[in-house]
Design a protein around this ligand. Structure first.
Ligand SMILES: [Zn+2]
Length: 244
């Protein structure tokens, strides 16, 4: 199986569907992530370390077993126009994902909204954007959300258990927080908590703390034995069928 995730910024896919990403890689699936805003001269946090930041992200992706590629948009200047959709459609035709993850569009950040609209259009209507008139639609498309401060509303209708990978998910987010800040990963842990599933101690970064709490709430929402789950919105495809 091949999975595509498109995020506006360097950590969006990892935050939004990182637990699923880790599980998919462990199951032997291919995971490709796209970052739209690859022009790091356009964000104060990354000015002066543009190439180093990209290199750090690529090394992280290699370590966790997924692919990462960059478009060249500036921060807060992504537009869901034909130019954007064609770039995503080209990647879609090359990768041919079975599932695509996109931003939810109920979000204060303009790049998130733009990527959500443009990516969904690109993978469902690639036949009109890629030059390949017979390319099929992506069979399944899900929307993921980001932090509570960015989201306006998000009501997931699909829950995927990530209990078994929560420590690795938290490690991934410590590393993406290091990419964001330019500070060593050792400085990223903000809290030390107990993993509700294993009882082991787990260090979590700022974004890790937010995500872990969201996942714990959604674990309860599944009405199953999940301790942690990722909530998604089913945008296209066969509803309740498991991801794999
Ligand atoms: Zn973002």
């Amino acid at each position: 199986m091949t999975i595509l995730s498109v995020g506006a910024h360097m950590d969006d896919s990892e935050y939004g569907m990182g637990g699923i990403l880790i599980q998919a890689v462990r199951e032997g699936h291919r995971v490709a992530c796209v970052v739209a805003t690859g022009d790091y001269t356009s964000w104060a946090n990354t000015v002066g370390r543009e190439e180093a930041c990209k290199r750090q992200q690529l090394e992280l992706a290699e370590r966790f077993g997924y692919e990462k590629r960059f478009l060249n948009y500036k921060y807060h200047q992504v537009e869901p126009d034909v130019t954007f959709k064609k770039q995503i459609a080209e990647i879609y035709v090359e990768v041919m994902p079975d599932i695509t993850f996109v931003h939810d569009t109920s979000d204060h950040w303009p790049d998130h909204r733009a990527c959500g609209i443009g990516t969904k259009d690109a993978v469902i209507f690639a036949h009109g954007l890629s030059g390949n008139l017979s390319v099929p639609r992506c069979p399944r498309v899900f929307a993921y959300n980001l932090t509570p401060g960015q989201q306006i509303t998000f009501e997931p209708d699909y829950f995927h258990d990530v209990t078994d990978v929560m420590p690795a998910y938290m490690e991934l987010l410590q590393n993406t927080d290091s990419c964001l800040s330019g500070k060593p990963v050792e400085e990223m842990p903000r809290y030390e908590v107990t993993d509700l599933a294993s009882g082991a101690s787990m260090k979590v970064s700022s974004h890790g703390w937010l995500r872990m709490n969201q996942c714990a709430l959604w674990g309860q929402s599944t009405r199953s034995s999940s301790v942690y789950a990722i909530g998604l919105k089913n945008l296209w495809g066969p509803g309740e069928v498991p991801l794999w």
